[in-house]
Design a protein around this ligand. Structure first.
Ligand code: ADP
Length: 280
């Protein structure tokens, strides 16, 4: 059966059951090394385009621990989005495996992959993908409107609106918001289900400098205050400088790993220096 990347497949209310998909989530053990929450193991991805093939990923291994903020950087066409889509269960690797919360998700059925995306991961794209006729609150409530259980979610919705600093704008429709505010609605919608991992694909790509900063600050708050695990694809060093660790992708490989550590100040200058040293 062909794999479909349908994000929103209706599901009957009250059927949330992760028991067959989810093993015990990795927990930090004392001061020892933490277990990965998400791993790519020797992953390749080949796209077939008629008679030609594109090797988008040529053997990528990487891991993300719970609570970590990781950026994937690299030139256009280097395979960043492809890797993010595999990590988020939006597509399957050609070879290799993706291990999420201790379970290989590379071989999930379509239904299982859909549930994984809806219940365990949050995804933000460059385009905001909001529903124009719904206001801020209704857009953020959407995952619960689809899945049921909205009554229990009111408190969560209020908290994520606060996190992305849109309190007071709950009744605005997307066309009554700035681009940056619209993307922050998309962030809130991705976070409201409390995903294990938030995956963001060039989320500042359509934003100006000020709006980008506000969006990145919202991601940072979710990481710093909420311990949210984040994987961010970006070609912008300023955005990558918010991360604890930067993986530089080139030509379908991870070419460099730059550890920045937790930062109070998000100056990109040291990262730009390092990127210059590795030839980017
Ligand atoms: P990046 O996110 O770093 O810009 P991508 O992961 O989007 O890179 O793309 C990596 C390579 O795979 C590029 O050569 C791109 O053209 C190709 N590619 C990506 N998606 C597809 C697809 N659906 N079909 C065919 N080729 C694709």
């Amino acid at each position: 059966m062909p794999f479909t990347a349908t994000l929103e497949r209706p599901r009957a209310a009250g059927t949330t059951d992760w028991s067959d998909l989810r093993q015990t989530a990795p927990q930090p053990t004392g001061d020892g090394p933490t277990q990965p929450i998400l791993e790519a193991r020797d992953v390749t991805k080949v796209y077939e385009l008629g008679k030609t093939t594109v090797e988008a990923l040529r053997g990528v291994s990487m891991s993300v621990t719970a609570g970590e903020f990781v950026a994937l950087m690299g030139p256009s066409g280097s395979g960043k989005s492809t890797l993010l889509q595999l990590l988020g269960g939006l597509d399957r690797p050609t070879t290799g495996s993706i291990v999420f919360e201790g379970r290989d998700i590379s071989a999930l059925t379509d239904d299982q992959a859909t549930r994984l995306r809806r219940e365990r991961t949050g995804y933000i794209f460059q385009a905001f993908n909001l529903i124009p006729l719904l206001n801020v609150r209704e857009n953020i409530e959407l995952p619960f409107t689809i899945a049921g259980g909205l009554r229990d979610a009111r408190d969560r919705v209020r908290k994520v609106i606060d996190l992305v600093e849109l309190t007071g704008k709950e009744r605005h429709r997307p066309d009554q918001l700035s681009a940056g505010e619209q993307q922050r609605v998309a962030v809130a919608r991705a976070l409201v289900t409390r995903p294990s991992v938030l995956l963001a694909d060039e989320p500042t790509g359509n934003l100006d400098y000020t709006n980008s900063g506000e969006l990145l600050d919202a991601l940072w708050r979710s990481s710093e205050d909420g311990g949210q695990t984040i994987v961010l694809v970006t070609h912008d060093a300023r955005a990558a400088a918010y991360a604890d660790r930067v993986l530089v992708i080139g030509d379908g490989h991870i070419q460099e790993e730059i550890t920045l550590g937790r930062r109070a100040d998000h100056s990109a200058a040291p990262l730009i220096d390092r990127l210059a040293q590795v030839g980017l």
